[in-house]
Design a protein around this ligand. Structure first.
Ligand SMILES: Cc1ncc(COP(=O)(O)O)c(C=O)c1O
Length: 384
């Protein structure tokens, strides 16, 4: 079996976990949590980082920190994992769905047009004309390790006074290599960046997440929020409603070991992507989706775009055929504005997201994938 994406524990994971367990620090405090926060913060170039239970928890707390509350509007992608949008509803706020571009990240022209043509500015606040709700924030997802056009997004956000949350859960290590944000990592350009370390991400802690920011005061508050807003450690005084969103020391121990391997993982992901590219060049069934130019992508997930006009049902047949040959693949996510909990929310000019959602098959991309396995996958794709 060639799996889609499995974790790679070739480093110090067992050693650090044994150390944490041996010392009895298995819960939400401990040296590995502090260490992982400081490693991620210095790797990403943020002033600090707050470890949490999951990427979803990170996104939820980022929304709270941005002041998003009941009936506020948050602009979100429709082509992404649903965890990027659910936290908007946890806050009883309203998502409005924006299309993607050919990188699968948010279409900045449509984002701008929505703000320009469907909204108005009043006293420095953007209002959605149809409902008079305030538009507070935008959640930008760096899909599959790609990088959204952050220069345009930040300029739109500045014009319309929007807070920017980067869902960089899939893009740890992806870096901008041109323009205003040259050298900046995904997740460090907007107000907050969220990462996930669940089992299929480029590094894993089993389950876990992290928020980064350049705002020290906000980071301090996020940490406080993640620990039930405990104001006094001895007398259980809580001045705000908090969450139990902390990462455990055992998870962090795995994370510290994984971070030691991250650049090696990115190198392997890039080399494997290049090999897929070489073998699939000229393939009449489809092509490998490329990553945005002038970025150093972590190339987390590889997307094969089928040439033929085929519906999701056909994709299922292809995926089953590949599975029978021992190759695990998957379709891209169902569009969120078409999911039951979101049918009544506005979706603005969705076009490319639909196109790609009907044509993409994600290919095996584990960091320990061999060239022989990549050749097997490519031969199977050509034979579909
Ligand atoms: C784009 C995106 N956002 C959010 C998440 C949520 O992360 P987690 O599973 O750690 O809650 C994931 C991953 O699962 C994701 O891919």
């Amino acid at each position: 079996m060639i799996p889609l994406s499995v974790p790679n524990f070739e480093g110090n994971e067992q050693k650090y976990v044994q150390d944490a367990v041996g010392q009895g620090w298995v819960s939400t405090g401990g040296a590995y949590v502090d260490k992982l926060e400081s490693v991620i913060s210095s790797y990403s170039g943020s002033v600090g980082a707050v470890a949490c239970q999951s990427g979803t928890a990170a996104l939820h707390m980022a929304l709270v920190e941005c002041g998003v509350g009941m009936d506020d509007i948050v602009l979100v992608p429709t082509l992404t994992f649903i965890a990027a949008v659910n936290p908007v509803r946890y806050q009883m706020a309203t998502p409005i769905f924006i299309d993607c571009d050919d990188s699968l990240c948010m279409d900045v022209d449509k984002l701008r047009r929505f703000c320009e043509e469907e909204c108005r500015m009043e006293d420095g606040i953007l209002f959605y004309c149809a409902t008079n709700q305030a538009v507070k924030a935008v959640i930008v997802v760096h899909v599959f390790g790609n990088m959204a056009d952050m220069e345009s997004i930040m300029s739109i956000a500045a014009t319309y006074h929007l807070r920017v949350i980067e869902d960089a859960t899939e893009a740890l290590g992806t870096k901008c290599e041109y323009g205003r944000y040259e050298g900046k990592m995904a997740g460090t350009i907007g107000d907050f960046g969220a990462f996930s370390f669940n089992g299929n991400k480029i590094i894993t802690t089993g389950g876990g997440g992290m928020i980064v920011s350049q705002n020290t005061r906000a980071l301090k508050h996020l940490k406080y929020m993640s620990t039930q807003c405990k104001d006094d450690p001895h007398f259980y005084i809580h001045d705000e409603v908090g969450f139990n969103y902390r990462m455990t020391n055992v998870q962090a121990a795995i994370g510290v070991a994984q971070m030691e391997e991250l650049e090696e993982f990115i190198g392997r992901k890039n080399r494997n992507y290049e090999y897929y590219h070489e073998l699939l060049d000229g393939c009449e069934k489809g092509y490998l989706l490329s990553f945005r130019e002038h970025t150093r992508s972590n190339k987390w997930f590889y997307s094969f775009v089928l040439n033929r006009d085929i519906c999701r049902q056909n994709i299922r047949t292809y995926i089953d055929q590949l599975q029978e040959q021992g190759i695990q693949t998957r379709p891209i996510w169902g569009l969120i504005h078409e999911q039951k909990p979101y049918l009544n929310y506005k979706a603005y000019e969705i076009d490319k997201a639909k196109y790609y959602s009907e044509r993409i098959i994600n290919l095996p991309c584990s960091t320990n994938l061999t060239h022989e396995e990549i050749k097997t996958v490519c031969d199977a794709l050509k034979g579909l």
